[in-house]
Ligand binder design. Structure first.
Ligand code: HAM
Length: 435
């Protein structure tokens, strides 16, 4: 027996269906917004992440799975996908003026050597998007709204959009200078992490969770007083458009996000499940104005994106019973009453599948009772019984397991019979809904 590697988990059976459901929902929303799928490698050069996610981030400093390959190259398992997506956009020269914006979506595993806890794993899955090539604040809103609609369609209510503006280069430089002056006076009384952050990226101190440090942060200078008129104006446009779209938000001036590439708007969606469990940020994202250039792309091209954590979304949806719509039922279960009818049974199952009926067949040689039990376990609509009489007369017994009625049907007419039953079923649902 081998144990799971710490911080990893198997996503299997109905849990895997749930993950697919979340991913497919977001994929459909992204396609609706004219995004195209990108699949980039799980391994990238370590330098890519040092340059983008940044040397001062916790991710690069402490959490990367980095190793030398047999050719002595430093390789890292991607801790997130934005860097790889931008690298791919740049390498494939997708940023010709006529082609922008490039709208990319992606799904896949990420790796971070973090302390495993509620909703936090060392291998986890993200869905995300990047919209590259534009500077309009309305693109930023489009990105935020895509995330919002995805979560809405999954059934989330009372979402909390937490938003902040980190400003452009000039705003941030000015702000960082006053922050450094302020925190220099308090640094002796602050935690070790903050001392480190002071040297690497003073903005990250605002993010500190230490209660006594938070007291010091409370009185620190505030970003809104250092935004350039341009940054301020863009942020105001974003907020106003969110108002018009009916997306509620809360401005958190201390939201800086843990990755170094952000500028101007940053955001997260927060949610507490009905069980009162706060899983932290369901997703996070923001605008980046230098990332493309830093990865070797053209100047003056900016982008915006977000990523959601599939694990976190699934946990909350489990707690809040939001998976009710997933259809795990089976249309038909073919049950040969003797093993000599199994060949006939798989022929019938194949015909059913080719005609759009999700089907399975019992090949375990069980008796009628055992097979019915399995059919119920699979949440089957129709049990199809193949006994001696049926085989001799080219018929099959169709047992409707909900209505508990059965009929003997000519095999040639099986598909049209089931089609007919399904359409009656549909109409019946329709009427019920109308009432
Ligand atoms: P991030 O905030 O580092 O952003 O990660 C996005 C989401 O991934 C988080 O909100 C969380 O749901 C999930 N997540 C992160 N770490 C873990 C973990 N250890 N276990 C489970 N889930 C986790 C980014 O990755 C950026 N690339 C987002 C972005 C895209 N910004 C612009 N474009």
């Amino acid at each position: 027996m081998f144990n799971l590697v710490k911080g990893t988990h198997d996503v299997i059976l109905s849990e895997a269906d749930k993950y697919s459901y979340i991913e497919q929902t977001f994929i459909q929303v992204a396609e609706f917004f004219n995004y195209k799928e990108f699949r980039t490698p799980i391994i990238e050069s370590s330098e890519l992440f040092q340059r983008s996610v940044g040397d001062s981030s916790d991710i690069v400093r402490k959490e990367m799975y980095t190793f030398l390959d047999k050719g002595d190259r430093s390789i890292t398992l991607r801790p997130e996908l934005t860097a790889g997506i931008i690298r791919s956009i740049v390498n494939n020269k997708l940023l010709a003026l006529g082609d922008i914006p490039v709208k990319a979506y992606y799904v896949g595993p990420c790796f971070r050597y973090e302390r495993p806890q509620q909703g936090r794993y060392r291998q986890f899955n993200q869905f995300g998007i990047e919209c590259v090539g534009v500077v309009s604040p309305y693109r930023d809103v489009e990105v935020i709204s895509l995330c919002y609609y995805g979560l809405k369609i999954l059934g989330f209510k009372n979402l909390k959009l937490v938003i902040n503006c980190l400003g452009d280069d000039e705003s941030r430089t000015n702000y960082k200078n006053v922050l450094r002056d302020y925190f220099a006076k308090h640094l002796d009384n602050m935690c070790g992490d903050c001392k480190e952050r002071f040297k690497l990226n003073v903005l990250r101190i605002l993010d500190c969770k230490d209660p006594s440090d938070q007291e010091i942060v409370k009185n620190a200078p505030r970003i809104e007083d250092y935004l350039t008129p341009k940054s301020k104006e863009n942020f105001d446009k974003i907020l106003k458009t969110l108002d018009n779209l009916g997306i509620e938000y809360e401005i958190d001036r201390n939201l800086v996000r843990g990755l170094d590439y952000y500028s101007d708007v940053v955001f997260e969606f927060h949610y507490t499940s009905s069980k009162g469990i706060n899983y932290g940020a369901l997703c996070g994202g923001g605008h980046y104005n230098k990332l493309i250039q830093e990865i070797g792309g053209p100047k003056d091209i900016e982008g915006c994106g977000f990523a959601i954590g599939i694990e976190r979304i699934a946990s909350v949806m489990n707690d809040d019973n939001l998976f009710a719509d997933i259809d795990e039922s089976l249309d038909c279960y073919v049950m040969p009453l003797d093993i000599s009818y199994q060949n006939k049974a798989i022929e019938i199952a194949t015909t059913l599948r080719l005609n759009g009926f999700k089907s399975d067949v019992n090949l375990e040689g069980k008796g009628l009772k055992g097979m019915l039990k399995k059919a119920l376990k699979f949440n089957t609509k129709y049990a199809l019984i193949l006994g001696e009489d049926e085989v001799n007369s080219n018929k099959i017994v169709v047992k409707d397991l909900k209505e508990e009625k059965q009929e003997s049907i000519e095999l040639d007419e099986l598909i049209s019979y089931l089609d007919q039953k399904e359409s009656e079923d549909c109409e019946c649902h329709h009427h019920q809904n109308e009432e």
